[in-house]
Structures are given as structure tokens and as C-alpha cells.
Design a protein around this ligand. Structure first.
Ligand SMILES: [Zn+2]
Ligand SMILES: [Zn+2]
Length: 317
């Protein structure tokens, strides 16, 4: 059956098209038809994906880490998400890795992130504090990618590659981008056992063994090296860590005991000051670090004024 061809309009966008007389007022133009088709395909794909994710969330899994990666416990948990910050979790049986956002398990995580969560791989790594070089895929896929790269005809890329190199050399943000990438990430710390949680856990273990807080030379990390530098990088100072350990009930005993000054030392320093400067010391001289602290004089002699009276009793300065 072939109808008579007439002029008509697209039902959606109103563009002029040609159609048969018996399909009048119910035809779409080619563009609108394609759009509708693509939308339906996308909807179907999303449905399949959601079903897959739901299935994978319910399954019990043998959770481990990707091969050749050693993380030191404990880790920070991801807020409003799955897994831990700076850690890529992996199924020991199938080798799939877990998405931090939806908790699904995938062989090719990078594809899933781009499609479902609309994030680039670098953005994802930044959000969950992973290393810039961590492969977001299972070991199986990584093996495939490496093998494909080895047999790729690079001549084909050469022309485009030269153009890309020129572009990146001209780019202004090139240096800042690489500087950012060279920063140590949380995953890097997890691999060395030097994230703040791991340091505290380690120090508590040492304190338990010693029955007191460790001295700085006794602060040895999981890898057998001194972690004083890492402590300062993470907490700002060793004293900050000592405060946390004290809250756990471990006291700090100085190796040298408390320093006590004799009365002669304290008053002698005042007299010496007067000899050099030809006047009595004032509080601002203490602030400059020339004399002992004000509280030392106050505790010993009652007050700063009384200490000065004692020191200069026989002098006229
Ligand atoms: Zn149309
Ligand atoms: Zn996801």
C-alpha cells in the first residue's frame, strides 16, 4: 500500500516534511525521530545499569586490595559513600573494584564513573584522595590495556601527538597541574602506613608496650623507620601527638627530669643584667628571652618586684 505523498509538518518541532496522506499530523521529522530513539536507548541502558548495581550491592563479597598494593590499616571512612578514603577496594574472587559513590563493583571503573556519575578519572581520584597513577580498573582489564598499548600502531598517533605536545608546552596551567600531582595523596600515605590515623594507632601500640609515651627516637613506624618527620607533617608538632596520647592515659616522662634553678642562679642573672645595662631589668627584657621566665621568679620569690628587691638590696641601681 502506497499512499499519496503530501506536504506536512513535524509533530514536535513543526518543520516542513513530506509524508503520505494516511499518516497526516502524526509524523516526526528525521531529527526528532532520532532524538527520541536515542533517549529511549539511554533510558534502557540506565535501567540495566541500576539493576546491575543493585544486584552487586546485595552480594556478599570477599573484600581485599588490588594485587601488589599493601595498605596499612586503619583508614578514614568515606562520608555519604562506600569504602575508605585513599583506598581502592577489590573483590578477591572476580577482581572487580568498588565505586566509592554508589558502591557497585566494576571491572572498568573509569568507564562507569564517566557514564554514571559524570566525573573524569582525575576528578574522582582527587575526591577520594587516590594516587594520580592508580589504575581505576580490575587487574584483568589493566592487563588487557597494557597488552593493547604494546601492539598499538604508534605511527598513527604520531601526527596528533606532536600537536598535543606543542599545546601542552604552551599551556599556562601545565606547571601548576604537575605540582599538584606531585603532592603526596592519602593513598600514598596509606601505602606507607603514615596517615594520621595509622600514626596514632602505631604510637598507642608502642605506648602500651612501654607503659609510657615513647621518646622521639622510639617512634618507629610499620616499616621500621623513624616517623618523627611524618608526625610533624601530619600534626604540626610532636607535642600535638603527645597531647592525644595523654588523653588515652599514657604519661610523658622527660628523660632529663625537671630542671630546677638555684636562688643564686636566678638572682645572679638579674645582677649580671644590671652590670651590663646599668639599669634594673624590666618585664620586656624577660619577653626578649634574656632572663629566666617571669613565672619562675614569681613562684620562687612571691612576685617579680620582690625578686628585684632581693637582688638589688645592697645596690643603688
Ligand atoms: Zn521535528
Ligand atoms: Zn558508581
Amino acid at each position: 500500500m502506497k499512499g499519496k505523498i503530501i506536504n506536512d509538518q513535524c509533530k514536535k518541532c513543526g518543520i516542513a516534511i513530506k509524508t503520505t496522506h494516511y499518516r497526516k499530523n502524526q509524523t516526526y521529522c528525521q531529527r526528532c525521530r532520532k532524538k527520541a530513539h536515542n533517549a529511549s536507548v539511554r533510558k534502557w541502558r540506565r535501567k540495566v545499569l541500576e539493576k546491575k548495581i543493585k544486584e552487586s550491592q546485595g552480594q556478599k563479597r570477599d573484600i581485599g586490595f588490588p594485587t601488589n598494593i599493601n595498605y596499612y590499616k586503619p583508614f578514614y571512612k568515606v562520608e555519604n559513600g562506600y569504602g575508605y578514603e585513599g583506598v581502592l577496594l577489590c573483590d578477591n574472587k572476580t577482581g572487580e573494584v568498588q565505586c566509592h559513590i554508589c558502591g557497585g563493583w566494576f571491572h572498568w571503573l573509569q568507564n562507569h564513573i564517566r557514564g554514571t556519575h559524570k566525573l573524569s578519572a582525575d576528578e574522582y581520584r582527587k575526591q577520594f584522595k587516590l594516587n594520580w597513577t592508580t589504575a581505576l580498573c580490575s587487574e584483568k582489564v589493566r592487563e588487557q590495556l597494557v597488552r593493547r598499548a604494546m601492539t598499538y600502531p604508534w605511527e598513527r598517533l604520531k601526527k596528533n601527538g606532536e600537536k598535543l605536545v606543542r599545546m601542552s608546552k604552551n599551556g599556562k596551567n601545565r606547571n601548576s597541574k604537575w605540582r599538584e600531582r606531585n603532592h603526596q595523596t592519602l593513598e600514598g600515605k596509606n601505602k606507607l602506613g603514615l596517615c594520621s590515623l595509622q600514626i596514632i594507632e602505631r604510637l598507642i601500640r608502642i605506648s602500651k608496650k612501654l607503659g609510657r609515651q615513647p621518646y622521639t627516637h622510639e617512634m618507629i613506624g610499620d616499616r621500621g623507620t623513624n616517623i618523627r618527620g611524618a608526625i610533624i607533617r601530619n600534626f604540626g608538632s610532636v607535642a600535638e601527638v603527645r597531647r592525644i596520647l595523654a588523653m588515652q592515659g599514657y604519661v610523658y616522662q622527660s628523660r632529663y627530669g625537671r630542671k630546677t634553678f638555684t636562688d643564686q642562679q636566678l638572682l645572679g642573672s638579674l645582677k649580671k643584667f644590671a652590670e651590663v645595662y646599668k639599669r634594673r631589668p624590666s618585664y620586656s627584657d624577660i619577653a626578649r628571652g634574656i632572663l629566666y621566665s617571669k613565672s619562675t621568679y614569681e613562684k620562687r620569690f612571691g612576685s617579680w618586684r620582690k625578686a628585684k628587691e632581693l637582688a638589688f638590696a645592697s645596690n643603688n641601681i
